[in-house]
Design a protein around this ligand. Sequence first.
Ligand SMILES: Nc1ncnc2c1ncn2[C@@H]1O[C@H](COP(=O)(O)OP(=O)(O)OP(=O)(O)O)[C@@H](O)[C@H]1O
Length: 330
Amino acid sequence: MNVATEPAIVVHQLSKIYEVPERDPGLLAAVRSLFRRRVRAIPAVSAVSFTIQPGEVVGFLGPNGAGKTTTLKMLTGLLHPTAGDVRVFGYIPSRREPAFLRRITLVMGNRNQLQWDLPALDSFELLRAIYRLPPAAFRATRDELIELLEVGHLVRKPVRNLSLGERMKMEIIGALLHRPQALFLDEPTLGLDVTMQRRIRAFVAEYNRRTGATVLLTSHYMADVEALCRRVIVIHHGQVLFDGPLHNLVDQFAAYRKLIVTLSESGSDLSRFGEVIDQDGLRYTLRIPKATAPAVTARILAEVPVADVTVEEPPIDDVIEQVFAVGASH
Ligand SMILES: Nc1ncnc2c1ncn2[C@@H]1O[C@H](COP(=O)(O)OP(=O)(O)OP(=O)(O)O)[C@@H](O)[C@H]1O
């Protein structure tokens, strides 16, 4: 059997154009719009293509409005594509076949699927019935997830009384009870504090390791992406700007390097070598265009008394900003 080598997700020339009714303000315009409807076309996703292998954890990045959520909705069958093809484990998502739905899950950081007034435990039972999970397997998965996320003491409290982070953990458990093989996570750590973000992140990594699930994740927290995703797909204005290993993104788009120079004695002006972005005693941080970093480092070593010098890549957030800036100017 060759099933294992089949890609988990194949997206080919995928497009989505939203059609939004449009009318001028005022009563007359309202009446007129009854007779002649005007619609505005909003291209949210334009000819996007990518393939994801089983077990990959891929970061899906882009600024607000780039088309990430729209793509995830098409991948999970909540939206019909305007054009192009999507296959997830060979299924066409928009058909929403039960066998497909049992293999995927969509977690949206800003939306709840659990019943607000019930304890999470009751909602989990409901999900067991919906997915027709065998009781023993359901209990084993539920308890494993509860333990992994350390929420045993909270599952009997009404969801409305939980904190945002606790609720998010319950949402994640609810989303994974049927042991999906593809996880679509849309901002799963949105609004959570750093500790909770780290927990959720560790949990996703562990779930991927234990089950070999494929994960496509959007997040505005680059720490999530750095910790989890070796590969990233960057979209902007509905188009793919980059698809590859995260470190290639840094190589390709990091426009500058940070040079950290510690002088052995005071009295030198380092601003002639580049933009000084920080100074702490004898320790200077300079921002140098990537291309000239080696030459500038050599000049500093030759011309001023140096105790130490290191070259650093800019933080990933800055790199991503740079990618978006390049995308915006296209
Ligand atoms: N239901 C809708 N009707 C009309 N336009 C929409 C609809 N949903 C999204 N859009 C538009 O489509 C574009 C892509 O939106 P989408 O939500 O996919 O972006 P996103 O990358 O997920 O953004 P964010 O990071 O802000 O969540 C945006 O211009 C948005 O305004």
